[in-house]
Write a protein that binds this ligand. Structure first.
Ligand code: AR6
Length: 262
């Protein structure tokens, strides 16, 4: 389906700063407290990120290149050999991009949330900050979310219409019971189902569980790609979504996608 791609970095240079900030917030989270409590942030003068990180321009769907267009532009290079079962059937629907997911003007973005759905660090914190207080109010009505499941809200001040909140597995905890893969697969499947049921035609995934939840990037990318392909192959579901975007922030996650796309 998808071929190895050459690296196209859209936020070169900011990844390390974000990584450091993510780790700091994650340390806080591991002590069972949301690191960037939304309300706390609202009343604080402290800026969560250096200002240049928030300066990525909003990207419309037209500006997010599909694998097909990246091949045409020679930004992508076909792999030397294709993996068994690979096909180009979905190259018009699949995108891999490295940018701030809160700047994507798509129908739905997928948040890597925690079971409380009340905000946290990493991409969760970024989404809540960009969406504004009303997102938290709606999340408070949802009664949390189980790991592997997903819930949907409006996007409020975000450029996207909807936010799908899914709770990925904590890698080291779920791996002990052999549940990590099936739970991560479930996050992708439930998010795709919810987006399609709510009339979304485009969806952008953050790299679920690869931050504070500790999932190794390559294993996560393999699971994500495999589950999305399986979903598209099932019962004509491919017609329900025009674009599925893997939105990475860290170079390591982007590299993993490039390595795993056959
Ligand atoms: N845009 C796109 N991706 C981002 C952004 C952004 N603005 N910020 C971070 N990432 P994490 P998890 C990437 O830790 O591992 C939260 O506190 C980041 O580089 O956000 O599923 C929740 O409340 C990484 O690749 O989510 C939970 O408690 C990816 O997003 C917990 O973290 C996911 O990293 C969930 O942990």
């Amino acid at each position: 389906m998808w071929r190895r791609v050459a690296q196209v970095s859209l936020v070169e240079g900011v990844g390390k700063a974000r990584a450091r900030l993510t780790c700091e917030s994650d340390g806080f989270r591991l002590r069972q407290q949301p690191s960037w409590n939304f309300r706390r942030f609202q009343t604080s003068t402290q800026q969560p990120y250096p200002s240049h990180i928030n300066m990525a321009p909003i990207k419309t769907l037209k500006e997010i290149p599909t694998l097909t267009s990246l091949y045409k532009l020679k930004h992508l290079a076909p792999a030397a050999s294709t993996v068994s079962g690979a096909s180009s059937a979905y190259n018009d629907r699949i995108c891999v991009i490295r940018t701030d997911i809160t700047k994507l003007e798509v129908d739905a973005i997928v948040n890597a949330a925690n079971e409380s759905l009340l905000g946290g660090g990493g991409v969760d914190g970024a989404i809540h900050r960009a969406a504004g207080r009303k997102l938290l109010y709606e999340c408070e009505t949802l009664d949390g979310c189980d790991t592997g499941d997903a819930k949907i809200t409006d996007g409020y001040e975000l450029p996207c219409k909807k936010v799908v909140h899914t709770v990925g597995p904590v890698y080291w905890r779920t791996k002990k019971h052999g549940q990590h893969t099936s739970l991560l697969q479930s996050c992708y499947r439930r998010s795709l189902d919810l987006a399609a049921e709510n009339g979304c035609k485009s969806i952008a995934f953050s790299a679920l569980s690869t931050g504070v939840y500790g999932y190794p990037s390559k294993e996560a990318a393999e699971t994500a790609i495999g589950e999305v392909k399986k979903w598209l192959d099932t019962d004509n579901k491919a017609d329900k979504l025009d674009r599925i975007i893997f939105c990475n922030f860290m170079e390591k996650d982007q590299d993993a996608y490039y390595e795993c796309l056959p």
